[in-house]
Design a binder for this molecule. Structure first.
Ligand SMILES: [Zn+2]
Length: 235
């Protein structure tokens, strides 16, 4: 069976995202996304909670996207994601240490938006090559690059270096879910994912960089209203 996977999504547990579990479920269903990797910034609780809730629904025979537990970890040299995590990975470590912590718990190392040159802290191409023994997946297509050219540069780099590629929307609000995804054979577990991902095909479209400003506006408005979601986002 072929599944559509969005490898990079943020929930309300990320300080800059407004996506609730209900939003995730509705959005994935609408966009035909079967599997979604939660990559909240430096927190893992949301990924655990969303994975639990989706498993609960699936076990009752109701529809939900399958959730992969991940985290987008800020390192001293930009962000590095872990997938199939069972424990939180602390931020602000050098990239090699972060990668070791991800690998040490049986996770996959996923490098998001590798050529977003407008990010001050990021791994350079030469460093990606240097760390290639620790990197499992590189994001070829990100839905929200600060620099639109970033995806072109990533594709060019990946044409010359044999990394396994994936794609993610980097959605911080429901309408962006599924903006980028991989269609691939269904899989179970990290090793199987790597095998099937090699034969996957990537699709994606970039959405407006102004979307982030809109997201922040909505978050502030919700915080002002002091509703439950607003409280949660104070975390
Ligand atoms: Zn992200």
């Amino acid at each position: 069976m072929i599944v559509k996977v969005d490898f990079h999504v943020h929930t309300v547990y990320s300080p800059d995202s407004v996506i609730t579990f209900q939003d995730l479920r509705d959005g994935c269903r609408e966009k035909g996304i079967d599997v979604v990797a939660i990559m909240d910034h430096d927190v893992i609780e949301g990924a655990f909670e969303f994975a639990f809730r989706s498993e609960e629904l699936l076990s009752r025979g109701e529809w939900a996207p399958r959730v992969l537990v991940g985290e987008e970890v800020r390192t001293t040299k930009g962000e590095i994601c872990g997938l199939f995590l069972s424990e939180w990975v602390p931020d602000n470590l050098p990239p090699r240490e972060t990668m070791d912590l991800i690998k040490g718990q049986g996770g996959l190392v996923y490098v998001p938006h590798p050529f977003d040159l407008l990010k001050l802290k990021r791994l350079k191409a030469s460093e990606l090559v240097e760390l290639s023994g620790l990197i499992d997946i590189v994001e070829e297509f990100n839905g929200k690059p600060r620099l639109p050219l970033a995806n072109v540069l990533a594709r060019r780099f990946l044409g010359r270096h044999p990394f396994t590629r994936a794609a993610g929307s980097d959605a911080h609000e429901p309408t962006h879910l599924g903006a980028a995804f991989v269609e691939m054979e269904d899989f179970s577990g990290p090793a199987d994912l790597m095998e099937k991902l090699a034969g996957g095909s990537i699709s994606g479209k970039i959405y407006s960089p102004f979307a982030s400003a809109y997201t922040l506006f909505r978050i502030r408005r919700k915080r002002k209203a002091g509703d439950r979601m607003g409280d949660r986002m104070e975390r």
